[in-house]
Design a binder for this molecule. Structure first.
Ligand SMILES: [Zn+2]
Length: 438
């Protein structure tokens, strides 16, 4: 009998309303858009609209429930990803740079470690290296996010024998296959399937470790796999369902933040598109299953992204769809064929150089041997920002509140304003004790 029919019968015969709010979620899917402040979801909405057409709500608009503050455990107010991910993972504030520990260096249990100890299956799916700050805060303890090798070692568990995560998908072979230690081998000895090609996701079984790049995955913009987060997530959900066991899955769109640090709006929109596809497929899954809660948020906002600048009342987001590759790739092409300047810029950005911009590019390309690709990429980004009226205030993070999105059983608990620690605490409080052998 369908659940909705049972609920209707319960209500008719006994006055029991087995409503969505009364149900506890079996499974929890926690999604984090790293660096995805409200300006990013707004930008994505206008980016997706036709240049002169109607504006439609996005998946982010559909699932919005609240806002969260993100300040770390000091007076700076501007958090980094480690402190905010620790808050989201453990429900406790800490200092910038800390991975799963508080200011007194006490190890904090996380949503995933708590879930694991109660018998849940646990997993992470990210687009950074899997030992980067956000996933690390769910799976490891370290005084500094920079201790990448030690954090990777920690993924095997405190006793080195029982990893916290049953499923790990993302990048990071440089940290897991090292001259001093081959962690992949140890995972394999413990029965983990190892994948290093996206194709392998078709046969994904749990436990599994999938590392698809030396560090972070290739950026979505200009990639053969622009929806790699959505694809990894689809494979993860299928494999988790085959377990027939409750699970907690953390999914991070890690590189929205990297685009923000680089003040690269085209890069950011491509990462947002991958995250939107991921959110959509998770929502469809939640609607079909009825026993799974999805909660999404950001750890902080990055770059001080502004839609509109120079006093001009305009933001031309849809024009960004014509940017076909990363600015660094455009810069590389320009360095290789400086005589093709106009053509390369037009082909890969859809933009025409103005009389002011042309001499600046020509100056930068004067001596091809001396051309600095990074500086040239800055010029390309500046060109795109000027054409679309995109502004940035910092190459770092900012202290602005971030959004909360929730759907499924107990989603109403994530409504209104919350501190980021409350999100972590609430998620942990929703874990159920699972009897052994279930
Ligand atoms: Zn960052």
């Amino acid at each position: 009998m369908k659940k909705s029919v049972i609920q209707a019968l319960l209500l008719a015969c006994c006055g029991i309303a087995a409503t969505a709010s009364a149900r506890q979620p079996q499974n929890i899917i926690f999604l984090i858009g790293d660096g995805m402040g409200p300006a990013y979801t707004t930008a994505y909405r206008y980016y997706m609209a036709e240049e002169t057409g109607d504006v439609s709500p996005t998946i982010f608009d559909d699932l919005l429930t609240g806002m969260a503050g993100t300040y770390p455990d000091d007076e700076t107010r501007v958090t980094d990803s480690a402190a905010s991910a620790t808050a989201l993972a453990t429900g406790r504030k800490t200092y910038n740079g800390a991975i799963g520990i508080d200011r007194d260096h006490r190890h904090l249990p996380s949503l995933l470690s708590e879930a694991k100890s109660r018998g849940y299956t646990t997993g992470i799916v990210v687009t950074s290296q899997i030992n980067h700050a956000t996933p690390a805060s769910f799976l490891a303890h370290n005084e500094s996010r920079r201790n990448y090798d030690a954090i990777a070692d920690d993924y095997l568990g405190e006793d080195g024998r029982s990893p916290v995560a049953d499923l790990l998908l993302g990048g990071g072979t440089s940290y897991f296959i090292r001259p001093d230690n081959n962690l992949v081998k140890v995972f394999q000895q413990q029965g983990y399937q190892y994948l290093n090609q996206y194709q392998g996701l078709k046969q994904l079984t749990i436990p599994a470790l999938g590392l698809f790049a030396p560090k972070g995955l290739a950026p979505a913009l200009g990639s053969d796999h622009p929806h790699r987060l959505a694809n990894m997530t689809a494979a993860a959900l299928k494999a988790l369902d085959q377990q027939a066991k409750p699970y907690v899955l953390m999914i991070e769109a890690s590189q929205i933040d990297w685009c923000g640090h680089a003040n690269d709006i085209a890069c950011a929109m491509a990462e947002m598109d991958d995250f939107a596809h991921t959110m959509k497929l998770v929502k469809e899954y939640v609607d079909a299953k009825e026993d799974t809660l999805m909660v999404a948020t950001a750890d902080h906002s990055t770059g001080g992204l502004t839609l509109g600048k120079h006093g001009v009342y305009q933001w031309k987001g849809p024009a960004l769809k014509k940017v076909s590759v990363m600015p660094e790739q455009i810069a590389q092409l320009l360095k290789e064929s400086p005589e093709d300047l106009e053509n390369i810029v037009q082909t890969h950005t859809g933009l025409t150089l103005t009389a002011v911009q042309r001499p600046i590019f020509l100056q930068a390309l004067k001596d091809p041997d001396d051309t600095n690709v990074e500086q040239l990429a800055q010029l390309v980004k500046h060109l795109i920002d000027e054409a679309t009226y995109t502004g940035w205030t910092t190459s770092g993070h900012d202290a602005i509140d971030v959004q909360i999105f929730a759907h499924g059983p107990q989603a109403e608990q994530f409504r209104g304003f919350m501190d980021n620690t409350q999100i972590g605490k609430k998620l942990i409080s929703l874990l159920q004790p699972i009897p052994a052998g279930s």
